[in-house]
Design a protein around this ligand. Structure first.
Ligand SMILES: Cc1cc2nc3c(=O)[nH]c(=O)nc-3n(C[C@H](O)[C@H](O)[C@H](O)COP(=O)(O)OP(=O)(O)OC[C@H]3O[C@@H](n4cnc5c(N)ncnc54)[C@H](O)[C@@H]3O)c2cc1C
Length: 806
């Protein structure tokens, strides 16, 4: 066994084997995989091993396409062919038009990425799968490439290729401890000796937290017991030459695929169980959980309704095993928050289908820092301290119960809520607030017009439309108040702070005390990493503000690049402060009546910051606006938030002040063309492509990403972010939907919604540069149908910013 290597991958299931293989593909051959027992002896060996292409985000879809391409290639390797039923096809069933709307959107997104799903009616579903009835069926989504693979052969094939490229694999080598050296390298302690390495990867499946604990980390992953049945042969399948397609049923909670001449049927029962919450028997190896047919009987009844022939068919095998879930159901593939040189590929609920792609994206992150797709949807840093073991259990149960049910726009599921609140949460709830969730925080979405108001989540405009319209009107004509909780806020201090930030950001960094500036941080490839507001409270105290979800992400990036000489310090205030946003033409009058000082446009112009009192509450006030109206961000410590709120409410009452929520904010920022981090600003594009030219200063001697940006710039933009206006009123387009020119996909939507002040259906999206000029006519798909649209100037509302400067 080697005593020194570059990367140690811990765990020899599909996650570890795929990572090892892809590291060698990225050119790193001095890499090792250690496995406590035999390869695939965790969950992988007994997986139903279906491989599907469906993904709700471009990244998930893209990585699954990679798996399919890779598995096909492996299956055709003349030296070591493996069993892969490629292209049996699969149907996701729907019992409502609103589910079909979702499929129409996902099909549009997929087509833009070269994946041809088909929308089927109920009869066509039954024609393609001869065992199903059309009872309670509206239609389905056809995925032509669905299939299943032999999991053990797949892992062996990956490892075989990795070994050929120089990687080594040590079986029966349990990792017993991890020690990080002062230089951030690691010692991996195993039962067979220590291995020094630069980087460790946790790919330990359901034992993820045993290995996590070795580095003092709790990973937000929980295992669930999951069962499938294998049936006796079915006459109809015995007679058929071709195999029947896979089935996924989001409302009857089952899946199936052909296994020999019978079916494999898997269950997502409502009465489901977590597994291993209080520890796992060390001897649970190549093992199964006890089967429990009673638990799945209600699902089985539904399976019989869908496939009546099964009522006559016997069951010959039951498989029950642990399957892992994260808090939002998507895996955690990337850097481990708060740790250096440590990565994970964990929480895989569909690891056989996705594992090829996840290993690919992880290897790219390890070797190059970022991957070809933006990996935020699988980034381990998207959950912060709140994702403890109890929340993980509740969310894993909920995810399991909702398997195959995609989330509708603006939908957040209820389990474990509220997680993070401020003193205002119950106050706003009493005012009728409906909440959404941002990084665990309950964020006010809108105020319900009546206590029994209920939103029907949909891909079309729904009953919330008018509610938001009224909130926007109040902000536009008078004044509104909203709470922005969880906003990421770091206090950066020290004599070297500005010089250091100047190197971190690609544009000018304002040093003037009392001034606020917006700026962008690039990765080493010159693409957009994050967006931050810098507010100079005094000569050496800067508040760095960024999106609520970016707390761990930004902290890791900043810490990683801190000067070694101690000239800069960072402290997070994210969980200690909350923002109250006062917006609208009467905002100044309200603020002036509760806060001493001169708040006139002359004394406190747009992009200013000042410490003040709001009533009796200490606050940091910034004149910045995400709405395009005159606005103030009032940052208040949480213990005096209620006091500040009461003062503002009282003063606002005289001016007809209304509460408004995040939906109204979203609408107004679209009209201004302001970008949203991780919707419009992603690591796939550089700041010029993202339309951030005015925030880049190439005359600066240096900043992170500058060389790469210069090189990219020389070859011209790959795509350009544009604003578009759509010629329809029934529905918004959705992120991922195709932008078409002469029937060809020339771009994809990144964010969208109705602009109430402009009366326009707006979308932002990346488009080929040839079609990016304002005035260019394109088509944009809206719930699956192409709609005429026009590229417009990015700012549709008050382009001169007269209102924010007023
Ligand atoms: C019943 C069932 C059906 C499923 N069906 C499908 C399906 O149809 N399609 C699909 O895509 N997915 C399916 N899945 C999920 C899929 O099987 C898993 O997502 C996948 O196998 C997880 O792989 P993994 O590598 O993350 O974990 P594992 O396969 O569990 O591998 C982790 C490895 O880490 C090793 N390890 C742990 N601790 C240590 C240590 N201290 N030192 C060294 N090694 C260690 C373990 O021994 C193990 O081999 C199913 C799961 C179940 C339970």
């Amino acid at each position: 066994m080697k005593s020194r290597t570059r990367v140690v991958v811990i765990g020899g299931g599909i996650a570890g084997c795929s990572t090892l293989y892809h590291l060698t593909q990225e050119g790193w051959s001095d890499v090792v995989l250690v496995e406590r027992n035999e390869l695939t002896s965790g969950t992988t060996w007994h997986s139903a091993a279906q491989v599907t292409n469906f993904g709700v985000t471009p990244t998930m879809l893209g990585l699954k396409s990679h798996s399919i391409r890779l598995y096909k290639e492996l299956s055709e390797d003349p030296d070591f062919p493996i069993n892969y039923h490629h292209g049996d096809g699969g149907i996701r069933l729907a019992n409502s038009e609103s589910l079909m709307d979702g499929y129409r959107h996902f099909a549009s997104q997929a087509k833009g990425m070269g994946v041809n799903f088909e929308i089927l009616d109920a009869e066509e579903c039954a024609r393609r799968h001869p065992l199903i009835t059309t009872e309670n069926l509206v239609g389905g989504l056809w995925d032509p490439l669905d299939g299943d693979i032999d999991p053990a052969q797949l892992c062996q094939a990956l490892v075989r290729r990795a070994r050929k490229a120089g990687a080594e694999v040590y079986r029966h080598t349990p990792v017993t401890g991890l020690t990080q050296r002062p230089d951030d390298s690691w010692i991996v302690h195993t039962e067979k000796g220590d291995i020094d390495c630069e980087i460790v990867v946790n790919a330990c499946g359901y034992r993820v937290n045993e290995v996590g604990a070795m580095m003092g980390v709790h990973h937000p992953v929980m295992s669930m017991e999951h069962q499938y049945f294998l049936t006796e042969p079915i006459a109809e399948l015995v007679e058929r030459v071709t195999r029947v397609p896979l089935l996924r049923c989001p409302f009857y909670d089952f899946y199936s695929r052909q296994e020999k001449k019978g079916l494999l049927i898997g269950f997502y029962e409502q009465a489901c169980k977590t597994w291993g919450m209080d520890g796992i028997d060390p001897n649970f190896v190549n093992a199964l959980c006890p089967s429990d047919t009673d638990r799945v009987l209600p699902v089985l009844e539904n399976v019989f309704r869908r496939m009546p022939v099964l009522q006559e068919i016997g069951i010959h095998t039951i498989v029950s095993g642990p399957i892992t879930y994260s808090v939002d159901g998507a895996p955690l593939v990337g850097p481990i928050p708060g740790k250096r040189n440590a990565f994970c590929i964990i929480g895989l609920r569909a690891g056989l289908g996705e594992g090829g792609g996840h290993g690919w994206l992880l290897a790219q992150q390890i070797v190059h820092g970022d991957a070809c797709y933006d990996t935020w949807v699988i980034d381990p840093r998207r959950f912060t301290g709140h994702a403890n073991v109890e929340l993980c259990a509740l969310k894993a149960i909920e995810e399991y119960q909702n398997e195959f049910r995609f989330l509708y726009p603006h939908e957040d599921r209820p389990a474990g809520r509220p997680v993070k609140t401020t003193p205002l949460t119950p106050v706003l709830a009493a005012e009728g607030a409906e909440f959404g969730v941002v990084n665990g925080w309950e964020r006010m979405a809108y105020i319900k017009p009546s206590p029994d108001f209920h939103e029907t989540h949909s891909f079309r405009f729904n009953e919330v439309f008018q509610v938001v319209a009224d909130e926007v009107a109040a902000v536009q004509t008078g004044v509104g108040l909203t709470e922005v909780n969880g906003f990421n806020r770091f206090e950066i201090t020290g004599a070297g702070a500005h010089d250091w930030l100047d190197r971190m950001m690609c544009g000018k960094v304002t040093r003037k005390v009392g001034k606020v500036g917006l700026g962008y941080l690039l990765n080493h490839h010159g693409n957009v990493k994050t967006e931050a507001t810098l507010a100079n409270l005094d000569a050496t105290t800067i508040w760095y503000g960024s999106a609520a979800a970016s707390e761990y992400h930004d902290m890791d990036w900043l810490q990683m690049h801190l000067p070694q000489d101690g000239s800069v310090q960072i402290r997070s205030l994210t969980n200690e402060h909350t923002i109250l946003v006062l917006a609208g033409p009467k905002a100044r009058e309200v603020l002036s009546s509760v806060s001493r000082g001169d708040w006139s446009a002359k004394a406190f112009p747009w992009l200013s910051v000042r410490r003040a009192f709001v009533g009796i509450a200490p606050a940091v006030v910034m004149s910045v606006s995400f709405s395009g109206e005159l606005a103030y961000e009032i940052h208040v410590p949480n213990n005096q938030l209620y006091a500040a709120y009461l003062a503002l409410r009282k003063a606002g009452a005289e001016h007809g002040m209304r509460l408004f929520g995040s939906h109204a904010v979203e609408s107004m920022r679209l009209e201004k063309g302001y970008r949203q981090w991780k919707a419009d600003l992603i690591t796939e594009f550089n700041p010029f492509e993202s339309g951030l030219d005015r925030f880049v200063d190439l005359s600066k001697p240096d900043f992170i990403g500058k060389d790469a940006l210069l090189k990219m710039n020389a070859t011209g933009p790959r795509r350009k972010l544009v604003s578009m206006v759509l010629d329809c009123t029934h529905a918004p387009t959705q992120p991922g939907d195709r932008i078409l020119q002469d029937g060809r996909a020339v771009g994809a939507v990144t964010s969208s919604g109705w602009g109430y002040r402009t009366g326009k259906n707006i979308a932002l999206g990346y488009i080929e540069p040839a079609f990016a000029a304002p005035g260019c006519e394109v088509m944009v798909e809206v719930v699956g149908k192409p709609i005429s649209a026009k590229v417009v100037p990015e700012c549709l509302y008050d382009p001169d910013n007269a209102r924010v400067r007023a």
